[in-house]
Design a binder for this molecule. Structure first.
Ligand code: BGC
Length: 723
């Protein structure tokens, strides 16, 4: 059945056929064009669309001129080329990209406009490299600081992740490149990721683990989604009846392509029937993929209706028309000055000043003439490691290079490695011991510290396996390679220590009580060292805030409060017993103080919050409550403040978190300047998932609106009644 538009399109296409190729009427609606192509395909051609033809591409239809689809990792840049049929790096010279900061850094900026700029620049790099689908963003929730892939994600709060992901997605797709939002769903640990089965309540699923995916689809309009490796309630997520058929494609109306994670497909019938559209990465010859000859057999033998294959082909053709066949796609640009400048500015906006007693930061070079830079992360680059997110950056400025460039003219900069990481040989997994003698390194560092005016200790984690790395979780919460002991020894000879942490997630910082200043520098990509140096110097006033909780101890995290059943799981089952109480929700429920709270981040200036007011004291489900307040920069430096609004229900009929993030705004203010800040809160978003009625429920009654600078720094509260 075709609509009039489709018939016109068909007729014009038929008239325009040359040697079997399509000359489509590009003004016809996309769905008509899809139907037009679909109608010309044989069953074999439709099935061929549904599986890979190389490591990162799927076939088009050669006979008709429908192009191939080229996919590429990842969230922080356009990954280097691999050989056609393997993971082996291709020896190409034209694929050294801009390494943008990790998504954790972007999330720490709390700047939605910056997220759009990030997406825009990434799509330009993807277009230049002729990639149709960018395997990004990663939006799984930080459930435990031990998850090896946290650095690829955007933190622990579903509201923040949603708000940051949507502009990034829209900007990428505006340029004719599809996103592939990953990893759907509940991929919250790397340990046993291929087989682990997650048991979680419907409520936690809906309130914590799915909202960012829903926003990506419904608000971002994502054109593809990647099914994850893990299982949920016994079924693999890449072909999960409830998650994909019922929720993603049913409830949310997703009209894009569900792509498997690489080798996550396990069963032909289930994959066919449960919504998988495009199978990638299965470790078999392409015809032996589940969605290749087996699918053909299932259709021919009547076990799977052809309409199921038609639906998949339709989605894939639509993706193709949106990307590869989109003639309005710009050419893009690669490694431009604009991109590296943006990479630097994202890093500068995302670095978080965790602690500052004011004695050391910003660095006063008149006072501190001899600066010792200590720690392996001062000289280590990171963007080229970590798994699928690894890039081949054209360059990466190390912290030592950045510090030398910024302070070298005014101060004397010396370096001592201090400690050294073991290394993994990434080819075969062998652990290669460090080439250094760690005792000697530590002694040299302590000696250098004793002769210096101040120490910048650049430590943290790296992308070795069992640290911030795909495929493995961290072994422990502590900092590796003897760093805590080394910092303590340094503090004995020189108390002027700034700790710069390069890591994608929270670490145990109990050793740092006496350290005067701590900077969370994450993984900042190409311009890493320059961004760190500008924050240390005060050229940039830090404004990043934590998208995660920095637990004092690992056991303070809900996922670790119940024993191995809740992490890392027993007999390949992991139960999310903490339910909706993830991150600060758990800490606040248990009244446990983190070392640094969700939303925390200091500045070199101070901000004063005026008393807030709301546009309505009584509101209905479809109303938007607008909270307004004056924000004044009362300090001496220009700077930016991320104001946060949390909402709590006063007497809920079910247990609810103490408070939940429901709005935020980042405001740049000159010293002495006041701005009126307005934050919109759609009341419908205050609902909880009601398991009894299997739906969202907004209860009438009193709600408290808390306005603050962090989850543990609430400045003012006021009440609103929901009718
Ligand atoms: C990762 C995905 C990635 C894919 C392709 C998988 O191992 O989980 O995030 O996009 O490989 O590289």
């Amino acid at each position: 059945m075709f609509s009039m538009a489709a018939i016109c399109c068909l007729t014009s296409c038929e008239n325009n056929q040359r040697n079997g190729a399509l000359y489509l009427d590009e003004s016809a609606p996309i769905d008509s064009r899809v139907e037009d192509i679909l109608d010309r395909l044989t069953l074999e051609e439709k099935v061929a669309l549904c599986h890979a033809q190389s490591k990162f591409s799927s076939p088009g239809v050669q006979r008709l001129g429908v192009p191939e689809l080229w996919m590429n990792d990842g969230p922080f840049g356009v990954r280097s080329e691999v050989l056609y049929n393997s993971w082996t790096k291709a020896d190409t010279n034209n694929d050294s990209c801009t390494a943008f900061p990790a998504l954790t850094v972007l999330a720490s900026s709390w700047d939605t406009q910056l997220a759009a700029k990030y997406g825009q620049a990434l799509s330009e790099e993807a277009n230049y490299r002729e990639k149709d689908v960018q395997l990004a963003p990663g939006i799984n929730i930080f459930r435990t600081p031990l998850n090896g892939r946290n650095f690829e994600y955007m933190g622990e709060d579903p509201f923040l992740v949603s708000k940051m992901a949507v502009p990034y997605i829209r900007a990428i797709q505006d340029n004719g490149v599809a996103v592939c939002v990953k990893h759907f769903a509940l991929n919250n640990q790397e340990y046993l990721r291929d087989t682990i089965n997650v048991e979680v309540s419907d409520r936690a699923l809906r309130e914590i683990y799915l909202p960012a995916f829903r926003a990506a689809v419904q608000e971002g309009g994502a054109w593809s989604v990647m099914g994850s490796y893990n299982r949920f309630r016994g079924q693999h997520c890449t072909h999960h009846e409830y998650l994909i058929n019922d929720i993603l494609k049913g409830e949310w109306g997703f009209d894009g392509v569900l792509i498997s994670d690489w080798s996550a497909t396990k069963n032909a019938y289930e994959a066919a029937m449960n919504g998988l559209d495009l199978e990638m990465g299965t470790l078999k010859p392409y015809n032996d993929y589940y969605m290749a000859d087996s699918l053909l057999y299932l259709v021919r033998s009547g076990k799977v209706p052809e309409s199921v294959v038609n639906d998949k082909a339709r989605r894939i053709l639509k993706l193709n028309l949106r990307t590869a066949m989109n003639r309005n796609r710009p050419w893009g640009s690669f490694n431009s000055r604009e991109h590296t400048d943006l990479a630097r500015s994202i890093a500068e906006q995302g670095i978080v000043l965790l602690k500052n007693d004011g004695s050391l930061l910003p660095v006063d070079t008149d006072k501190y003439r001899k600066i010792a830079v200590i720690g392996e992360n001062a000289v280590r680059t990171h963007a080229s490691n970590g798994g699928a997110a690894a890039l081949k950056p054209r360059y990466e400025i190390t912290p030592l290079e950045g510090i030398r460039a910024r302070f070298g003219n005014e101060s004397e900069i010396s370096f001592a490695r201090g400690y050294s990481a073991y290394n993994y040989s990434l080819e075969d997994g062998t652990v290669l011991p460090s080439q250094y003698d760690n005792k000697k390194l530590a002694d040299e560092a302590v000696e250098l510290a004793s002769e210096s005016d101040m120490v910048i200790f650049v430590g943290g984690l790296n992308h070795n396996w069992h640290q911030d790395s795909e495929g493995y979780d961290r072994d422990s919460y502590g900092l590796p390679y003897g760093q805590p002991e080394l910092v303590e020894r340094i503090m004995e000879v020189n108390e002027n220590v700034v700790l710069v942490l390069v890591s994608g997630t929270a670490v145990d910082l109990r050793f740092s009580d006496a350290v005067p200043a701590i900077v969370q520098a994450w993984y900042c990509g190409s311009e890493s060292g320059n961004a760190i140096a500008s924050v240390l110097a005060g050229d940039v006033n830090p404004s990043g805030k934590l998208p995660i909780s920095f637990y004092a101890e690992l056991e303070d995290c809900g996922a670790h409060a119940f024993g191995p059943e809740t992490y890392p799981g027993v007999d390949k089952n992991v139960t999310y017993t903490e339910g909706i109480y993830v991150g600060y929700r758990w800490l606040e429920k248990k009244n446990v103080k983190p070392l640094y709270a969700f939303g925390h981040g200091l500045s070199y200036t101070e901000f004063e919050y005026g008393a807030p007011s709301v546009n309505k004291k009584t509101a209905g489900r479809n109303d938007v409550v607008k909270v307004s307040f004056d924000l004044t920069n009362t300090g001496k430096m220009d700077g930016a403040e991320v104001s946060q609004v949390y909402v709590s229900q006063v007497n809920p009929s079910v247990d609810r978190p103490v408070k939940e993030l429901k709005g935020f705004a980042k405001t740049f203010l000159k010293s002495g300047e006041t701005a009126s800040v307005e934050i919109s809160l759609p009341v419908g978003e205050w609902a909880f998932w009601d398991e009894a009625s299997d739906g969202w429920k907004l209860e009438p009654g009193e709600y408290v609106i808390s306005v603050g600078a962090a989850s543990d720094d609430i400045k003012h509260t006021l009440n609103v009644t929901v009718k």
